[in-house]
Design a protein around this ligand. Structure first.
Ligand SMILES: Nc1ncnc2c1ncn2[C@@H]1O[C@H](COP(=O)(O)OP(=O)(O)OP(=O)(O)O)[C@@H](O)[C@H]1O
Ligand SMILES: [Mg+2]
Length: 458
C-alpha cells in the first residue's frame, strides 16, 4: 500500500488515471443510488395511482364490489398481482382478479386514504374510499409484489451505469496513457542517443504543457554541443600548434645525430629522438581523435574495404616486416561501406597497427571482409596475447593502455576507432582468435546496410 502511495505521488500519469477513475466511480455510485431511489419511489407512486384509478372507476361506474362483473378473468391473473376490491367493514365483498375467497379482514375503522397494513403476516397497500352512494370500499394490493415490480424497474434504470462505468474507466486509462505517450517516446529517443548526437529534439508533436521542457532540453543540448565543439577545437588547435615546434625539434635532433659525439651522448640522443617521436605520434592521434569526434561531411560515394586494406598495408608493411609478421588479406570478396575515406583509413589503420604492434615476432595477422545481415563485416585477427573480456570495454577509454605492454603508444587508437564507429553506426566487438587457448585478438566491425547508413547520417 505504501509502495502504491509512493508511486501515486511520483507519477502524474498514475495520479491522473487514479483520480479520474475514482471521480467517475463516486459520481456513478451517487448517480446510481439517486436514480434507483427515485425510480423506486416513482414506481410506488404509479402503483398508488392505479389503486386510486380503480377506486375512482368503481365509484363513477357505481359498481359494487359484490357485482359479478368485478370478478371477470378471475382465474387468469397472477395470484400476487391481484388487485382486491371489497367493502370495508362488513367482511362481505368480492375481489377483482381472484376468487371470492380472497377477501381481506380489514378493520372497518380505517380512515379514507392510503394505508400500508399487515394482514395475516402479509403486507398490503390499501386505499379506502367512501363512494358517492355512501359505501366504503377498499382497493388493496400485496406490497411484496409492488416492491418487486418497483425494484425491477429501478434496477433497469441503474443498468446503463453498470455497463458505462467500466467502459468509461477503460477509456480514461487509455486516454491518459495516450496523453503521456509523446513524453515516453521523447525520453526513449534521448536515452538511445550516442553522446555525439546532440541535435535538438522534435517538439512540434508534444503537448503545449511539455513543450517548454523540450525547448529547455534543446537549449541545454545546444550549449553542451557548443562546449564540446570548443573543447575539441581547443585540443585540435593545441595539437596543431605543438606540431611545428616538435617537427623543428625532430629536425634538429636528426642533424645533431650527424655530428661527432661520444657514445654516451649518442645513446642519450637516441632516447631524446624516441621521446620526440612519441610526442609527434601523440599529437597526430590527438588531431585524429578531435577530427573523429566532430561531425564529418557526408561521404559522396561508398568506399571499397579491399581498397582501404591495400593502402593501409602499403603503409604498415615495413613495421610488419621488421617483426617478421605474416600479414595479408584472406579471400577476394569485397564490400562497400558508406563512410568517408579518412574515417575508414583511420579505423583500419589503428586496428591493423595494433594487431602488428601487439603480436610477437613471427606472428600472423589476417584481414578479411564479408557480408552479414546485409551489412559489411570487417575482421582483423592476430596471434598476439588478445584482450581479456574484463578489459574489452576499458580499452576504448582515451589514454588507457594495458599493463605489461612493452609497446610505445598513446592509448588513443581504439578511442578513435570507437568515435568513428558510433558516428557512422558501426559496431565493434572483440573475441579471442583462439577461444580455447584464450589468445590472439579478433576484432569485428559490422557496418550497417547502406540504406541504414545513409539514414543515420542525415
Ligand atoms: N591487437 C591487440 N592485441 C592485444 N592488445 C591490444 C590489441 N589492440 C589493442 N590492445 C590493447 O589495448 C590498448 C589500447 O589500444 P589503443 O590502440 O587504444 O592504444 P595504443 O595502441 O596503446 O596507442 P595508439 O594506438 O594511440 O598509438 C593497448 O595499449 C593494448 O594494451
Ligand atoms: Mg593502437
Amino acid at each position: 500500500m505504501d509502495g502504491f502511495k509512493k508511486r501515486l505521488n511520483e507519477s502524474v500519469q498514475l495520479k491522473l488515471s487514479f483520480t479520474l477513475s475514482l471521480a467517475i466511480l463516486v459520481v456513478a455510485v451517487v448517480a446510481g443510488i439517486f436514480s434507483f431511489l427515485s425510480a423506486f419511489d416513482e414506481a410506488h407512486e404509479l402503483q398508488d395511482d392505479v389503486l386510486r384509478q380503480v377506486a375512482h372507476l368503481m365509484d363513477r361506474q357505481r359498481l359494487s364490489p359484490s357485482l359479478p362483473a368485478s370478478d371477470t378473468n378471475s382465474k387468469d391473473g397472477d395470484e400476487e398481482s391481484r388487485v382486491i376490491v371489497q367493502h370495508l367493514g362488513d367482511g362481505n365483498g368480492s375481489t377483482v382478479g381472484v376468487d371470492d375467497g380472497g377477501l381481506l379482514p380489514l378493520p372497518a375503522t380505517l380512515a379514507d386514504g392510503l394505508h400500508t397494513l399487515d394482514v395475516d403476516g402479509e403486507t398490503f397497500r390499501v386505499l379506502v374510499r367512501t363512494t358517492v352512494a355512501g359505501e366504503r370500499i377498499a382497493v388493496a394490493q400485496e406490497s411484496g409484489f409492488r416492491n418487486e415490480i418497483a425494484r425491477d424497474g429501478a434496477l433497469r434504470t441503474v443498468m446503463p451505469f453498470l455497463i458505462l462505468v467500466p467502459v468509461l474507466l477503460l477509456i480514461v486509462a487509455d486516454l491518459v496513457r495516450k496523453m503521456f505517450r509523446p513524453i515516453a517516446a521523447l525520453s526513449r529517443e534521448i536515452d538511445q542517443r550516442a553522446e555525439q548526437q546532440l541535435h535538438p529534439v522534435e517538439d512540434h508533436h508534444l503537448p503545449a504543457e511539455v513543450r517548454p521542457f523540450a525547448v529547455a532540453i534543446n537549449r541545454l543540448l545546444a550549449r553542451v554541443s557548443e562546449a564540446m565543439a570548443s573543447q575539441r577545437r581547443f585540443i585540435a588547435d593545441a595539437a596543431h600548434e605543438l606540431r611545428s615546434p616538435l617537427t623543428a625539434l625532430s629536425l634538429q635532433a636528426e642533424r645533431l645525430a650527424d655530428a661527432d659525439m661520444s657514445d654516451l651522448a649518442r645513446e642519450r640522443l637516441a632516447v631524446l629522438r624516441q621521446g620526440i617521436e612519441r610526442g609527434r605520434n601523440l599529437l597526430d592521434q590527438l588531431l585524429t581523435l578531435a577530427r573523429a569526434q566532430s561531425v564529418a561531411e557526408s561521404p559522396k560515394s561508398p568506399i571499397s574495404i579491399q581498397d582501404i586494406y591495400r593502402r593501409v598495408l602499403e603503409d604498415l608493411m615495413p613495421l610488419a616486416e621488421r617483426k617478421h609478421i605474416d600479414i595479408g588479406v584472406e579471400g577476394a570478396q569485397d564490400a562497400r561501406v558508406w563512410a568517408s575515406e579518412i574515417d575508414m583509413m583511420a579505423v583500419v589503420r589503428n586496428l591493423v597497427d595494433n594487431a602488428i604492434r601487439y603480436t610477437p615476432e613471427d606472428g600472423r595477422v589476417d584481414l578479411s571482409v564479408g557480408m552479414a545481415r546485409g551489412g559489411a563485416v570487417l575482421r582483423i585477427r592476430d596471434t598476439g596475447p588478445g584482450i581479456p573480456s574484463a578489459e574489452r570495454e576499458r580499452v576504448f577509454d582515451p589514454f588507457y593502455r594495458r599493463l605489461g605492454n612493452a609497446q610505445v603508444g598513446s592509448g588513443l587508437g581504439l578511442s578513435i576507432v570507437q568515435a568513428i564507429a558510433s558516428r557512422i553506426g558501426a559496431e565493434i566487438s572483440f573475441e579471442f582468435s583462439d577461444e580455447e587457448k584464450q589468445t590472439g585478438l579478433s576484432v569485428t566491425v559490422v557496418f550497417p546496410v547502406l540504406s541504414q547508413l545513409q539514414a543515420t547520417q542525415q
